[in-house]
Design a protein around this ligand. Structure first.
Ligand SMILES: C[S@@+](CC[C@H](N)C(=O)[O-])C[C@H]1O[C@@H](n2cnc3c(N)ncnc32)[C@H](O)[C@@H]1O
Length: 246
C-alpha cells in the first residue's frame, strides 16, 4: 500500500487528533477496565490455556534474543511481557486498561524485572518514540478493533517495526468454511473447560466483539506491508499469524 506523507503523519500521531476516531479506550465485551475482571483473568484463562507456556513458545518462534526490543499490544496481566523481558533488552507493554497495567507493573516489580515500559494507550493511540522494534506481539486483543481500524492499526505497527521485523498475532479469527458450526463447537468446548464463566465469555465474544474472517485478516496484512510466513486456524476459530514487515 502506498501511504502519502499526510496520511503517514496522521497515522503516527493519532492520540487526541481525529474527532471521528474509534474510541479504543471504551471496552467492548468483558470490561477489562474493571479491577474485578482483572483479578479473575488469569485463573479463568487457566481453564483453557497455559499463558506462561504459550508465552515461551511465542518467544521461541520469534527467536527473541538479548538485544531485541518488542511491543506487546493488549498486554493484559503482564505474563507475556514479563517472560519476554527476561529474554530481551526492552519490552513496551501497551494496554488501554489502567487496572491491567497496574497489576502487570506490580507483578513485574515482584519478579525483579525492570526493562518493561508500560503505556496507557492502544493499537490506535500508542506513539512509539524509540527506535523501531524487532517484534510486535498481540494475543487475544486485536479483536477489540472493528476491521477498518484493524487496517489502520496494522499500518501503524508496520511503521514501528524494523525492516524485516516480525509481527505475531494470536486471536479468535474465523475460517470462512463452516464458521457457524465451528463457533458453536468452540462455545461448547469453552463451557466444558470453564463452566458458565467461559461459556458466557465465548458467547459474548461472538455477539459483541470484532473477530473477523481469516481472508479479511490476510488482505489487511498484505495491504499493510506484511508477508505472512505462517498461519494456522485451530478448530476453525483460533488464528495464529507469524508475519514479517516487507
Ligand atoms: C483478552 S485480554 C488479552 C491479554 C493478554 N494479551 C493475553 O493474551 O492474555 C485483552 C486485553 O486487551 C486490552 N485492549 C482492549 N482494547 C485494546 C486496544 N485497542 N489496544 C490495546 N489493548 C487493548 C484489554 O484492556 C485487555 O487487557
Amino acid at each position: 500500500m502506498v501511504v502519502n506523507q499526510v496520511c503517514k503523519q496522521i497515522l503516527l500521531k493519532m492520540r487526541n487528533h481525529i474527532s471521528w476516531q474509534y474510541d479504543e479506550f471504551k471496552q467492548v465485551g468483558r470490561d477489562y477496565g474493571s479491577k474485578a475482571e482483572v483479578d479473575v483473568y488469569d485463573s479463568s484463562h487457566a481453564d483453557f490455556r497455559d499463558i506462561e507456556a504459550e508465552s515461551d513458545r511465542v518467544l521461541d518462534v520469534l527467536k527473541i534474543g538479548s538485544t531485541d526490543t518488542l511491543i506487546d499490544f493488549g498486554s493484559g496481566t503482564g505474563v507475556f511481557a514479563i517472560q519476554a523481558a527476561r529474554r530481551c533488552s526492552k519490552v513496551y507493554a501497551v494496554d488501554v486498561s489502567q487496572a491491567m497495567l497496574a497489576l502487570a507493573s506490580t507483578r513485574a516489580g515482584q519478579a525483579g524485572v525492570s526493562n518493561i515500559e508500560f503505556h496507557h494507550a492502544g493499537f490506535l493511540t500508542y506513539e512509539h518514540g524509540d527506535r523501531p522494534v524487532d517484534a510486535i506481539v498481540t494475543t487475544f486483543a486485536f479483536h477489540h478493533l472493528p476491521d477498518f481500524w484493524k487496517g489502520i492499526a496494522l499500518q501503524r505497527m508496520n511503521y514501528m517495526l524494523q525492516p524485516g521485523g516480525q509481527l505475531y498475532i494470536h486471536d479468535v479469527i474465523m475460517d470462512a468454511n463452516d464458521a457457524l458450526a465451528n463457533i458453536s463447537a468452540f462455545v461448547q468446548k469453552q463451557a466444558a473447560a470453564g463452566g458458565d464463566f467461559l461459556r458466557e465469555d465465548a458467547e459474548g465474544h461472538f455477539r459483541e466483539e470484532y473477530s473477523t474472517y481469516d481472508w479479511v485478516m490476510d488482505g489487511l496484512l498484505a495491504r499493510s506491508g506484511f508477508t505472512v510466513r505462517s498461519k494456522h486456524i485451530d478448530d476453525g476459530v483460533l488464528g495464529t499469524y507469524l508475519c514479517a514487515k516487507n
